[in-house]
Design a protein around this ligand. Sequence first.
Ligand SMILES: [Zn+2]
Length: 430
Amino acid sequence: GKKKKGKDDVDDEREIEPVSFQGPINGQEVNLKAHAKLVEAGLVRAKDVVTDAMSLRADSLKVEPKGPGGLVTIYIDGIPQSGGKLSKAETLAVTQVMKLVAGLDSKERQAAQAGGLKAEFEGKKYLLRVSTSAVPEGERLMVRIQDTSQKLETLTEMGMGEPMRQRLREILVKPGVILAIGPPGSGTTTTMFGLLKNVDSYQYTVFIMVDPGGRTLFGVSSYDDKPAGESLEDSLVRLGRKEANVILVEPVKSAGVAKPVFGKAENLTLISEMPAKDTATAVTQLVQLVGDAGVVANGLKALVTQKMLRRLCPSCKSPYRPKPDFLKKLGLDESVKTLYRVPPPPEDPKEQIEPCEKCGDVGYFGRVAMFEVLEVTPGIQELIQKGGDPTALREQIKKEKQITLQKDGLRLVAEGVTSLEELQRVFKPA
Ligand SMILES: [Zn+2]
């Protein structure tokens, strides 16, 4: 079993109960007996790997073949660190077992698969999202660990400021297209569902046409009785007849999705997501997909993008007084008297400082998102009509003083949620 130092007595070692796997979220029955050989080869090891990651409060873990064996990487608040090595046989067995307990096909090793399972660890409920994909040396396993009591589902929980959330609420109830955009893995899907949760579902009729991925959505109907082979355009017409006001549709990745979505933008609020580098380039992509700049200019209401930052540890963050001209240079209000940072090392290196128990002296604990909303104002609309040149759009965004990621990140610095150093880290070119 795994051992960890006890809280009160450093000499005493306490056994950690391994994580318990409690069934796939797709509702499938997992027949462990039918896979006895695989279970024997990999279940204990798989639980060890997941338990180790969870006891370090990792948000995800990766297992991949490397050379003669396999590597485990764990991510704590998005920062990767080594989670140890596995033998080749263990790497394979752990990957196949995780597919099995997530209700996926453990024998399929070529096609990418995604699913999830419920789990419990140290008395808390978790959702483990499991995905696999083929890599040159075999197969890569990703497990995203979500503490279901620590919800990051609404825009407020994600860290969005109240004025921005209110503005989006106004935009969301008018017909038009609103997209969450960003590079893959940047939190776009979470933002998309956050936008949906920002709609008052008592007042408006809301439908979703995608799998909510284990999220609880109140007052939202899923389009269950969709006839096989019905086109997206026909589905939107049918939901319109069911008096839908707001519909969440599949990701906008092709003209086949973009065209019908923008075709219905006059009567419905359509929420979706699209992979894109940033808001300005997303506009250009949309014009290309839809094939008509005028249709995009009229139908698009807003683009929302997000970037994750680490939160300063509430137990050990250290206040300091910034100089007024420094605040001015950053564009922060002079009324900000105190900023926070990771505690600096003691001036006298011989001085002993108690390590922080909450964050293990990392200085950060948990994550928060900063947001950018590109609202399609008359000025932006005019530029989209001309084809949506990204450079011209960026200039206009600046001129209109719209909220950019940088600006919103500085808000979180001013509020003491994160540090300037962390903000600089995430904007550093990779
Ligand atoms: Zn701390």
